[in-house]
Design a protein around this ligand. Structure first.
Ligand SMILES: [Zn+2]
Length: 418
């Protein structure tokens, strides 16, 4: 085993850098890391890779627009999802020496010191604006960058100019060393808090607060009715979703929506929505309702999800307007007859006819309502042909009493129409 390999084994010291990037930039971030890794492999350096940590945060970014004098003025703020990523590399160890940090020297301002390994933190003295000297050649001249090397046997630390690295450690290739660190600078720049602003964040990847989208949707739908994309296309209107999207840019949403006269009160919106969420939690019966539910539960909604959520709010409005009536209807229904006993000449209205294939052949579910609002259901085995809304008089047998959809229903059989 060469000393070089031994050094790597002995120290195997990892370089880790973690920070937040916009979620929408994850793909390009991965591509960049792959480029660094490819270069590292080419120079026979330690591999570089990364992973996400599972941490997310939301940041608000100020966007700008030009005013009449073509000056940039603050326009609106948008929220973006950021995720935490961690990049892993290794400290290069060569001939008993490893680079534990580097210092960038600026002629007119303070040094920038980069510590490479959390296992080998640089001593405080390195941060005290040290000169760009070289402990190897001892020539004092201006250098852009110097390296802090540590000997893993003697624990001795040295500051060496990049051009002297080859002399100091003959097997150390300056190009390799420089390249093994170039990614760290780039990564640190990407992670820095103020790096992300309106100029580099992609405007189509922003998120809205779900609550704000809902308030706008309620306003649009109450004022103009729900306009689907198809209806908008057919009749030359602007769709509800598009109106919401356009109005989301209004920076003062609360005031804007708050001033509108709404039947569906914005004040009650929160409690009503909570009820609707509970209702969907129990009763969501298709993709649409399940997706709407998960959007309502999420704090943010993506721009491209707006049409979906607006359609969901239309369903919500429909539900709000009908739930009292439905509740009333349901509480009205009571059980009829005695189970197992026959009944005769009961007048009912046909509410629903639903045919389907069973393993015993074709079957039709008939739902009736009598004059007192009591619901009666019948599985007809032969083909039946009532019209919905038709009034008929039936005789038959009471089979069972059951609850369906929170509603008392009397199940009947052997039905004859009188
Ligand atoms: Zn030197």
């Amino acid at each position: 085993m060469s000393e070089n390999e031994m050094g790597r084994k002995l120290f195997n010291s990892s370089i880790q850098r973690s920070g937040f990037i916009p979620k929408s930039h994850l793909e390009s971030f991965e591509k960049m890391i792959k480029r660094f890794d490819k270069k590292a492999q080419k120079l026979e350096l330690e591999r570089i890779n990364f992973s996400t940590t599972g941490n997310e945060e939301i940041r608000e970014i100020q966007h700008f627009q030009l005013n009449e004098d073509r000056e940039l003025i603050p326009a609106y703020k948008r929220k973006y999802k950021f995720i935490e990523v961690m990049v892993f590399g290794r400290v290069p160890v060569l001939d008993g020496w490893m680079a534990i940090g580097f210092i960038e020297h600026f002629s007119d301002s303070a040094n920038m010191v980069t510590n490479l390994s959390k296992d080998y933190p640089l001593g405080k003295e390195w941060y005290n604006n040290v000169e760009s000297k070289c402990d190897h050649c001892r020539h004092n001249r201006y250098r852009k960058k110097t390296f802090v090397l540590k000997n893993f046997e003697t624990k001795e630390e040295m500051q060496v100019g990049s051009s002297c690295l080859n002399d100091f450690i003959p097997s150390m290739n300056t190009e390799r060393l420089l390249n093994s660190f170039s990614w760290i600078n780039t990564i640190e720049e990407i992670f820095s808090e103020d790096q992300w602003n309106h100029t580099n964040i992609h405007d189509t990847n922003f998120y809205h607060e779900t609550e704000n989208v809902i308030r706008h949707a309620v306003y649009q739908i109450k004022k103009y009715g729900f306009v689907s994309k198809q209806k908008a296309f057919d009749e030359g209107f602007i769709s509800s979703a598009e109106s919401v999207r356009n109005n989301m840019k209004n920076p003062d949403i609360n005031e804007y929506v708050g001033q509108q006269p709404l039947k569906l009160s914005v004040n009650n919106l929160y409690t009503d929505l909570c009820q609707y969420k509970d209702y969907l939690e129990e009763n969501a019966k298709n993709d649409f309702e399940c997706n709407v539910l998960s959007m309502l539960k999420s704090e943010l909604v993506a721009e491209k999800q707006i049409p979906y959520l607006v359609a969901g709010i239309n369903s919500f409005r429909y539900w709000i307007e009908n739930k009292d009536k439905q509740l009333e209807d349901k509480t009205k229904s009571d059980y009829l007859f005695e189970i197992g006993k026959k009944f005769e000449n009961h007048q009912v209205e046909v509410l629903m006819m639903k045919g389907f294939e069973t393993r015993f052949g074709w079957s039709t579910l008939c739902l009736f309502k009598d004059n007192d609002g009591n619901k009666i259901s019948w599985f007809a085995s032969k083909s039946t042909n009532f019209k919905v809304g038709e009034n008929i008089i039936i005789s038959g047998k009471c089979k069972d009493h059951s609850i369906y959809n929170d509603e008392k229903q009397t199940k009947v059989s052997h039905i004859k129409v009188v």
